[in-house]
Design a protein around this ligand. Structure first.
Ligand code: GLY
Ligand code: MN
Ligand code: MN
Length: 431
């Protein structure tokens, strides 16, 4: 389905939701500011590419600075563009033209946007940079209500996210082949991913995590080394792509070699892939996401026992914190305009799940990641070795795995009435 076919219903959903929110919070209108580029530092005049304010991006995929979406009850939304005559800079052109017809478009010169903007009790949603029209800036209660509209994706948003998975899958396939065929460095793999997925580093939804060997155990590893790595090793890549402002967030892990460590790691990788697929199969509307996260720990414990890495019962491995030392992050998070999208954390997680970013009850239309992992992180395993939990792990197996760092497998899924649509696995199948 084309974007033009689904975008009008997306705008209608937003208009309905915004009208209700404005009435609830006593505003006559809301102005969503695209913002302006963030400076890299105050010592020079270099800027990052514009990442528009998420509330603006929810309506409009035009990444132009100082552009405003004006929403008023009963009126068509306005798109107020600031036209700048500038021979130093130009904004990136829109990726598609489907959105123009949804707005009354008004062009103004810099500083004149105010003439085109509404009066009355106006809320202004903006970020630190850029022009901020008069009004109540970033009212917390209104923003909280508007963020809830981001928890369920419209058909248009799902089309954008599916395309973002397809674009990333092309990059993932290219680097998997590069790794299988030679001895690339981390930097080469990072650059090859960007090239195959046709994106600039700064425009990606987040900085690619590209790690060989033990570096895979550093959860946010972006210190790409230039040395080629030969011999038995692993490769973890967590990298996405953006389409019309919506990002994918995908991780795959690979292993090369036939030594005992590589063989053990390969077995663990196969088990983790099975665990990840099993978790995806269990997703149903009505289930608390935190239950699924707990289930991930149970399944990981069973896998550890099957592989002889864990020595206690599966229950002991979970209850005594062994699985949490090996899998210290959350199972997943809401996905959309921002990588960790708004709206699916209505309450904090239980203390033992402190990094979990999704505590919602699963509902049709939610899009989130499923990303179980296992890592040899000495800072987390050391305390186990030093107390009465030391007999719950085979430390020679841990020593074998240390050189390979860790495993994460991450898919992006849409909740449907009787399960999920896995945007990532379908994208890999099509790539
Ligand atoms: N790539 C960031 C994350 O997986 O949450
Ligand atoms: Mn993620
Ligand atoms: Mn990720």
């Amino acid at each position: 389905m084309t974007y033009a076919a689904t975008y009008p219903e997306h705008l209608a959903y937003l208009q309905r939701g915004y009208e209700a929110a404005l009435a609830t919070h006593g505003f006559d209108a809301v102005i969503l500011c695209s913002g302006a580029a963030t400076m890299k530092s105050r010592f020079d005049d270099q800027a990052w590419p514009l990442a528009p304010t998420p509330a603006y991006a929810h309506w409009c995929p035009l990444p132009e600075p100082d552009t405003f979406v004006v929403v008023r009850p009963g009126k068509r939304p306005q798109l107020v563009r600031t036209i700048v005559d500038d021979y130093w800079e130009t904004p990136a052109p829109p990726e598609s033209d489907h959105f123009w017809a949804g707005f009354d478009v008004i062009e103004v010169k810099p500083g004149l946007a105010g003439d085109a903007l509404p009066g009355g009790r106006v809320a202004v949603i903006t970020r630190d940079q850029g022009t901020s029209p008069p009004g109540t800036v970033n009212p917390t209660a209104l923003i909280a209500t508007l963020d809830l509209l981001r928890t369920k994706k419209t058909a248009y948003e799902i089309a954008c996210l599916a395309a973002a998975s397809r674009r990333a899958a092309i990059g993932h396939k290219a680097v998997a082949e590069l790794f299988a065929a030679g001895t690339p460095s981390e930097l080469e793999l990072h650059l090859a991913y960007l090239q195959a997925s046709e994106q600039d580093d700064a425009a990606a939804p987040y900085k690619n995590i590209v790690a060989l060997g033990a570096h895979s155990a550093i959860l946010h590893y972006v210190a790409y080394q230039r040395e080629k790595v030969s011999g038995d090793t692993s490769f973890l890549i967590d990298a996405g792509a953006k389409v019309l402002g919506y990002g994918s967030d995908i991780t795959r892990t690979y292993v090369r070699g036939t030594g005992s460590g590589a063989t053990r790691f390969r077995e663990l990788l196969q088990h983790m892939d099975a665990v990840q697929k099993d978790l995806c199969r269990r997703i149903r509307p009505g289930m608390p996401y935190e239950d699924l996260h707990d289930e991930a720990h149970r399944l990981l414990a069973v896998a550890l026992r099957e592989l002889g890495i864990g020595r206690g019962s599966a229950q002991e491995l979970v209850e005594r914190g062994i699985t949490r030392a090996l899998f210290p992050h959350g199972l997943g998070h809401s996905l959309g305009i921002t990588v960790h999208d708004a709206g699916l954390k209505p309450r904090p997680p239980r203390p033992e799940n402190k990094f979990l970013r999704n505590t919602s009850v699963i509902e049709v239309g939610q899009v989130f990641t499923i990303e179980p992992g296992i890592y040899v992180i000495d800072g987390l395993l050391g305390p186990l070795q030093g107390d009465d939990r030391r007999d719950l792990l085979d430390w020679s197996a841990i020593a074998d795995l240390r050189h390979f760092g860790g495993i994460r497998i991450e898919d992006n899924v849409v909740v449907e009435t009787s399960g999920i649509r896995n945007l990532t696995r379908e994208a890999f199948a099509a790539a």
